[in-house]
Design a protein around this ligand. Structure first.
Ligand code: ASP
Length: 465
């Protein structure tokens, strides 16, 4: 057991956790799992999260202050954003292509779709400022009148939709430059204490690093030693936490599955209704993980072939899967990118923290697939122009999503609203969101590792073996 590589041990923990959850639910031990095993999973996420913020801060400062040539910073920034944007747009494109070819929404029972359509038209009639998107009016057609019944959302669904809507409207009411304003901290202590404000910490770190580099060495030698030392300490923390990761991942997965449903049969039941959607989305996400990224990396960096790539990045991928959070995975992403892929600290400390918040290929693909799926199951035909609006808003929404579980679901409200569809539709896909969130987080994190390697390669900062 001792000799097994870490990623294999983490995978064993992951599978064992799922098996345990199924076993415990069929034996009626779910409450035991939630009371006695799940808390260790929570502890794991907390540890990773508290390490992430100071690690980002210290590693950015030490990376930037160590740059000899500041024009390199601008160049690196440009490349980073360019690569991130390109991969995100490709991801949304893959999503739209798949959802238009497979048409998962059309696989749903015809009568149910007509009912959905009528509900949609009723919603449009009652909501100010929206119009029927495809100009058809089934409500006024007598042959469908017997299907027109207003179904209410259940209380629990209503509450969930309201909560997510409140979170989304905070983002939505903002002006066009608000993302720039949001990047600048007004109080760095507050930014450090809120994991949704990671970009502010990054901004502060970059500025602090630039100022350190601008001062003579003897003036900042104390700060320099402190920052580098603190950085090492946090990296050591990651090391220790990762040693126990297989156990923690077991607890985390057991807890997540146990909370999802009481029996394995219920889990399958939840999936059955949304199988066509889940399968389409999973195909898209797996395509990015197993075809797109390895292809990109092996064609630009000859020394990293297909198998090597996965061997090197898989600890971060498993962790992303178990935690559903790019932010919580960040410390480990940094470690694998530096130690296994050979990216220099200068590059990784700059590119990865930005990537964790800005680059979410999995989330943007998911938004594209989900919105079109929901439109299809409500018999709403979206034109190419409307689908392009989805590309744009899904890209922006994925940038605006926090790197925490279910953040993409909240931003979905913004995407639905932007094309004039009912935001309450998120209740439909909510039941299967968590497992899909786990997979899209793997994509988000893998995308970050790939882009940081490309930036490092183009800057001559990649140690190839
Ligand atoms: N959980 C995702 C992440 O942290 C974001 C999302 O799609 O909800 O990367």
């Amino acid at each position: 057991m001792k000799k097994l590589p870490l990623h294999v041990k983490i995978m064993i923990g992951l599978v064992a956790g799922i098996l345990w959850a199924f076993l415990s639910s069929s034996l009626g031990w779910n409450q035991f799992t939630i009371d006695w095993i799940d808390p260790f999973g929570q502890i794991f996420i907390r540890m990773l999260k508290y390490i992430a913020v100071p690690l980002v801060l210290f590693s950015i400062i030490s990376g930037i202050s160590g740059l000899k040539d500041m024009s390199k910073l601008g160049r690196m920034g440009g490349k980073t954003l360019g690569f991130y944007l390109t991969t995100t747009v490709i991801a949304v494109g893959v999503g739209l292509l798949l959802v238009n070819i497979i048409k998962p929404g059309n696989l749903i029972d015809e009568e149910q779709r007509v009912r959905n359509r009528l509900k949609y038209e009723n919603w449009v009639a009652q909501t100010e400022g929206v119009e029927i998107l495809d100009g058809k009016h089934l409500l006024s057609d007598p042959q469908y009148s017997h299907l027109n019944q207003m179904e209410e959302l259940s209380e629990a669904e209503k509450k969930m939709v309201e909560e997510k809507q409140a979170a989304a409207s905070e983002k939505d009411s903002a002006g066009p430059l608000s993302f720039l304003v949001d990047m600048v901290p007004s109080n760095i202590v507050l930014s450090l204490s809120n994991d949704k404000l990671m970009l502010q910490v990054i901004f502060f770190g970059i500025f602090f690093g630039i100022c350190m580099a601008a001062l003579p060495d003897d003036k900042v030698s104390g700060v320099n030693a402190f920052v580098n030392g603190a950085n090492e300490v946090f990296l050591k923390m990651v090391d220790y936490v990762m040693k126990a990761a297989p156990f923690f991942v077991f607890c985390l997965l057991a807890g997540v599955v146990a909370k999802m449903a009481n029996t394995p049969a219920q889990v399958f039941e939840i999936f059955k209704g949304l199988a066509s959607y889940s399968v389409t989305l999973v195909i898209g996400l797996l395509f990015l993980i197993f075809v797109f990224y390895p292809l990109v990396i092996s064609s630009f960096v000859k020394s990293i072939n297909y198998r090597k790539f996965f061997k090197k990045v898989s600890p971060a991928q498993f962790l992303a899967f178990s935690t559903s959070s790019s932010a919580a995975t960040l410390p480990v992403t940094m470690e694998v990118v530096e130690d296994n892929l050979g990216v220099s600290k200068n590059v990784s400390s700059f590119v990865l923290p930005i990537g964790a918040t800005v680059n979410m290929d999995g989330t943007s693909l998911y938004q594209a697939v989900a919105v079109v799926f929901m439109a299809q199951m409500h018999m709403v035909d979206l034109t190419v122009a409307q689908q392009l609006t989805i590309v744009l808003t899904a890209t922006l929404a994925s940038i605006g999503s926090a790197a925490v579980p279910s953040a993409g679901l909240v931003m979905m409200i913004v995407v639905l609203q932007s094309v004039g569809l009912n935001p309450a539709w998120i209740a439909i896909i909510f039941p299967v969101d968590r497992p899909l969130d786990m997979l899209r987080t793997v994509v988000n994190v893998t995308g970050d590792t790939v882009v940081s390697t490309l930036v490092a390669k183009s800057e001559g900062e990649l140690k190839e073996d």
